[in-house]
Design a protein around this ligand. Structure first.
Ligand code: ZN
Length: 489
């Protein structure tokens, strides 16, 4: 029997005890990226949050089917029904096939997610691979009378839907209020009402990605893919739907409306939303100059950064905040996270210094710490509270080792298990392997020593000494021998 787990459900605005549809099984759908640009800090938070969630579910005894989609068609600029397709636009600008854009950025996304030590989903379906199913769902919605066709495009009739159901139930919006605050359509759009959304769009002659359908040569609306792929892989009703707060409206609201028409009111049992990352208190945006790709973070190339940051530091930084709370990114916050992570991971090495004694009985503290961590994580994934318990444990290990206070063998084993099962397996925090970087570091040092050799050949002793001193300052000691120059870190 898995442990009790509590999840905050966006739909009910309450923390609820999780009850799976099928005992010991969880179906989880998370909205994945639209692959038209480099993965950035905004991708890291949902990536890490749902990864820890899946790891926790598996650790406490659930079999999880984790579906995370790749949006490769139909996501128009400004998330609206007008404008260019984000992927098609990139393809046009770079003179590539749209699927080349998709492939290129999907690989980069996977690479960044792997660097953050997130596990791949069980199924990663692409929207473009499910056009037939999307056409079938549009037909279902038309048959139910909740959509209309106009000039080859099909729109969801939000007003009609709202007579029977509550459009806005998930994001706590009222259609009449939305309408009162919106200007009328500008006449360029075919739809009857501004909140109607596209299920199918007729492709304009310059639109490169299009498929045949009963209504026109065109492409599906963005919200449709998640309704289609979640039901295909998880069933008409499934356990948990996750995603970022930015997707709550209109994306999830529209998804829920489509589901309700085709699958009934309770298609998703728990909706989870992670909060977003701000940068020095501001929303991240290309126009604000604070847009940070994960590559720039890992390599330290962005102007806001003083140094490269290890992916594990980013992971730890994200877990320091509760997933529903705000998380403000800054260089200083990352420097602090780097220190914190080192302290946590180095605690494991101090275990070796603990003095064990057969006479000691197991201490309640170690067992209590383990329970505290589980209790925090099972309480709506409260990672900051879990980390606080871990830091108390690190302090305990240091104090006990410093005072040479004997402990039982069970305690040592218990602490090692906490590190293995909770720090490494569930939180996914691991020591960065230095040897991964050695070939690069060694190559760079050899290259610098070649410059020094050139300086020496030219009898430029000043330059030669400057290089030696700079290397020494970085912790690289060099020694000139009659066979050349040796170095060691
Ligand atoms: Zn989605």
């Amino acid at each position: 029997m898995p442990r009790d787990l509590f999840i905050y459900n966006t739909l009910t605005r309450e923390k609820e005890k999780f009850q799976p549809l099928i005992p010991d099984h969880v179906g989880l759908y998370v909205c994945g990226p639209t692959v038209y640009g480099d993965p950035h800090l905004g991708h890291a938070r949902p990536g890490v949050v749902y990864d820890v969630f899946v790891r926790l579910l598996r650790n406490i005894g659930y079999k999880v089917r984790y579906v995370r989609n790749i949006t490769d068609v139909g996501h128009l600029e400004n998330d609206s029904d007008a404008g260019e397709d984000k992927i098609a636009k990139k393809a046009r600008l770079e003179e590539l096939e749209p699927m080349e854009v998709v492939q290129y950025y999907t690989i980069r996304y996977h690479r960044a997610m792997a660097a953050l030590n997130t596990l791949p989903p069980s199924i990663e379906p692409r929207a473009s691979g499910h056009i037939t199913e999307q056409i079938a769902m549009i037909q279902q919605i038309l048959d139910a009378g909740m959509a209309y066709e106009i000039n080859g495009s099909v729109y969801f009739d939000v007003e009609k839907y709202n007579h029977l159901h509550h459009y806005g139930i998930l994001s706590r919006r009222i259609l009449e209020d939305l309408q009162a605050n919106t200007r009328t359509l500008d006449g360029q759009d075919d739809k009857r009402s501004p909140f109607d959304f596209a299920l199918w769009k007729k492709a304009s002659p310059e639109h490169i990605m299009h498929w045949p359908s009963p209504w026109s040569e065109g492409f599906p609306g963005w919200h449709l893919e998640c309704s289609v792929m979640s039901s295909k892989y998880l069933g008409q009703v499934f356990d948990i739907h996750g995603g970022g707060m930015d997707l709550l409206f209109p994306h999830h609201e529209c998804e829920l409306a489509q589901n309700t028409v085709t699958r009934g009111e309770n298609s998703v049992r728990y909706w989870m939303h992670n909060n977003l990352i701000t940068i020095n208190g501001q929303k991240m945006g290309k126009s604000l100059g604070n847009f940070i790709t994960l590559e720039a973070l890992f390599e330290g190339t962005h102007t806001l950064l003083s140094q490269p940051f290890n992916p594990m530091t980013i992971r730890f930084f994200i877990l320091q905040a509760h997933y529903r709370g705000p998380l403000d990114f800054s260089n200083d916050a990352l420097l602090a996270a780097e220190k914190g992570l080192q302290r946590l991971l180095r605690g494991r090495n101090v275990i070796k210094k603990l003095v064990t004694s057969e006479k000691e009985s197991p201490s309640a503290f170690v067992q209590e710490t383990r329970e505290k961590i589980y209790a925090a994580l099972c309480d709506d994934l409260n990672t900051p509270v879990a980390l606080a318990a871990l830091f108390d444990l690190v302090t305990w290990i240091h104090t006990t080792a410093d005072n040479k206070k004997p402990v039982s063998k069970e305690d040592v084993k218990g602490i090692e298990e906490i590190y293995d099962q909770l720090v490494n397996d569930v939180l996914g925090l691991r020591e960065e392997k230095d040897e991964d970087r050695l070939p690069l570091v060694g190559g760079l040092i050899d290259m610098i020593l070649e410059f020094r050799k050139q300086a020496r050949n030219q009898k430029n002793w000043e330059e030669s000494d400057r290089i030696r001193d700079r290397l020494s300052g970085l912790g690289v000691q060099i020694k000139d021998t009659k066979d050349g120059t040796d170095w060691e870190i």
